[in-house]
Write a new protein. Structure first.
Length: 444
């Protein structure tokens, strides 16, 4: 039986796979390089000093998480790939309510190309607006009454050039993501977000090492925490990969109640159809109060309210969990339409045994989806609030992010998808893959 070492050796024996992996790594290296190149005109020394006093418990901290620290670095890739994600989400939501976009979604390949083109236009527009917001923020940051953008640099020309650079940076990252998907391995957009999050992991480990070396935590406690982390990862795999299969029978000929030449297929209903989107939506909304209240640091009443929205507060965790459950159902309703599935089955002559085609089939699928979404949404909410509880145990803020929430879901999901693609390439060349059994092999 092949070992992991043999599997990695086999990967580099396949010329096409080796080229794809190296191409992907090269583009991801450019992404990380651009995340550390400070915008022209920004004083990097003063910027570093100002970031030391910034809190991550706001929308800026959430944004900085997805762009791998590029936002706090005021880098040329400060906007990351998030404007593209925002444009994609907007068009997806509009597809559920606007007839024009609904029609595009049903036009197959041509409709997909049109939606992709509109997404790119939307990305440019959102990038330009967000870039203008970044320039306003940078112009207002001062360290000991010294602006991080020198007075002699400030002006319309600096604002315009910064907007152009940031917008071009996002467009370039969008292009690199598409190139990775086409010529590399894995989903390019997802990998760009993945590499930004995972780049924080070494610094999180360093923070934990400092706690151990200073005597604030014992090695045994640290091992228990790491073991708990692996337990959480296993739970994330369960909630992201779990499915309920509904049998569908397609009959070639039906005489009376007898079926001749029937073929049985399955509709896979995922426990977590919404993916990571409910956490992103809920987290964005939950950070709004603290972001707004941060503009009134001298108001005691507002600062008291801000304490309830601190991510370590039980009130915050309760509201956050309920919002995730709500958004899980909301996004599932948008992403999966039981009526369309039932209509397609009826057109193709398929039916669920014991269920009449049409409306009853739609209601049956909707009922099953509602039941399996409830435990999925609850487990998703538990995963999301775990970092707050882990932080209460004394774990550093950076390391706590890897115990759940958006970070862990993205890391696990992207890693599994990329692993499955590598697995497929190995099996096509008759090599043993990473998994000899289990879900990954079964889903190929």
């Amino acid at each position: 039986m092949a070992t992991i070492t043999d599997t990695f050796r086999n990967i580099f024996k396949i010329h096409e796979l080796r080229q794809r992996i190296l191409y992907t790594l090269a583009l991801l290296f450019i992404v990380r390089l651009g995340s550390h190149l400070t915008l022209p005109g920004v004083d990097a020394v003063l910027l570093t000093q100002s970031m030391q006093n910034q809190t991550s418990n706001n929308l800026f901290g959430l944004y900085d998480l997805f762009v791998g620290g590029a936002f706090s670095n005021a880098a040329i890739f400060a906007l990351g790939i998030m404007p593209y994600i925002s444009a994609s989400i907007i068009l997806q939501l509009m597809g559920a309510v606007v007839p024009y976009f609904q029609k595009l979604q049903q036009e197959g390949e041509e409709g997909r190309k049109k939606i992709t083109q509109l997404t790119r236009y939307g990305t440019v527009l959102i990038s330009a607006l967000q870039a203008w917001g970044v320039t306003v923020r940078l112009l207002n940051i001062q360290v000991q009454n010294a602006p991080i953008v020198p007075v002699q640099v400030q002006g319309f020309s600096w604002v315009l050039s910064t907007i152009i650079i940031l917008t071009a940076g996002t467009v370039f990252m969008m292009w690199m993501g598409e190139q990775i998907t086409e010529k590399g391995i894995g989903n390019g957009i997802s990998l760009i977000i993945f590499i930004g999050i995972i780049a924080r992991f070494p610094f999180a480990i360093l923070d934990e090492y400092r706690l151990i070396s200073s005597g604030q935590r014992s090695l045994i406690i640290e091992l228990i925490i790491v073991a708990f982390m692996f337990f959480i990862i296993a739970g994330v795999v369960l909630v992201t990969q779990g499915t309920r299969r509904i049998p569908v029978q397609y009959a070639k000929r039906v005489v009376g109640r007898k079926i001749y030449g029937g073929v049985t297929q399955y509709i896979p209903l995922r426990v977590n159809t919404a993916g990571v989107m409910p956490i992103i939506f809920a987290q964005s909304i939950m950070f709004i109060p603290n972001t707004v209240l941060s503009f009134f640091p001298d108001n005691d009443f507002l600062q008291t309210i801000a304490g309830y929205f601190d991510y370590t507060s039980p009130v915050y965790s309760a509201i956050y969990a309920l919002m995730i459950v709500f958004f899980t159902y909301f996004y599932t309703a948008i992403a999966f339409n039981p009526k369309d599935v039932a209509d397609n089955m009826k057109k193709q002559g398929g039916f669920i045994p014991g269920i009449r085609p049409g409306k009853q089939t739609s209601e049956f699928i909707d009922n099953i989806l509602t039941k399996i979404t409830l435990p999925g949404s609850i487990f998703l909410a538990i995963i999301a609030i775990l970092p707050a509880f882990v932080s209460a145990w004394g774990v550093s803020g950076q390391f706590a992010q890897f115990f759940g929430g958006t970070s862990l879901l993205i890391i696990v999901g992207v890693a599994l998808d990329t692993l499955q693609q590598i697995e497929s390439h190995l099996l096509m060349r008759h090599y043993d893959g990473f998994m000899k059994s289990g879900k990954i092999k079964g889903r190929r």
